[in-house]
Design a protein around this ligand. Sequence first.
Ligand SMILES: [Zn+2]
Length: 301
Amino acid sequence: MESQGSVTEEELELTTYVGLDKRLVIIRAGDEVDSVLVCAERFNVLVDTLATPALCARALDILSDRLRDKPLVVINSHMDWDHFWGNSALDDNTQIIAHDEAIRRLDDPGSERELAEKRSRESRFEDVKIVRPTITFKGQGLSLHGGDLTLELLHTPGHTPDHVAVWIPEIRTCLAVDTVEHPIPEVWSRSPDDLRELCASIKQIRDLYPRHVVLAHGQTSDPQVVDRNLDYFTELRDAVAAVEYATVIQEGLDEKRGFELEDFVEIDPEMPLETKAFYRQCHRSNLNAVVAAHLSGVEFL
Ligand SMILES: [Zn+2]
């Protein structure tokens, strides 16, 4: 998701969830994003590098005790800025793994354009350099065998084409990153194909029967969020199917009664306005995709 305002290095903290395996550490950059360190027997794995090199450097610093005696492998879950712009803080010899679709995104001129735009608005992005992954995989998955823990990288497109979630079977824990989000995830585009992929990815995570589903946004590991995300899309589909064509094709449908974000999910009254505006935008994207699927007769659930 987008930034809720500048997060500084001082705000970075290590945290965990009740019952979460102690070999996992949640690295929390304010309300912006969480990344995760997995300490396996044979190596450590950092899943995402936060939004700036300064934040990533600070994270490596406060984790230095855990990182000392084992090699570090990095996963970039997807090439959204809040998840990988910290890459340049890594040692040059650190291997960075991502899905092959990530390369396509980085090759797109939009990638540098976004950096230029954000740099012009926030000074904390001044020293960001786009550092590309060193290892990519095609297809459905890749396994990292850490000894006591296996990290199964699952291609879970839909939020973005390159998105990867991590399943750790020994502890029935899924690092869902942005495939599952509280209160709602966001689809990549209004194309029904992306919507179908996102719903299939969420179902893929549900069908693992995870004990913990660790999100990058929403600060929870409650597996019920997965079902709530699916219920949200089901209700959107049904709401669109229940009204006339003239209503469906209206501009600004997401602001009409019965189609607003709050009509589908409960929004914490304490949620900051900026965050609420962000999720309204996500809801608009999702509704546009649901309408497009409805009009073209595509089933996505
Ligand atoms: Zn994100």
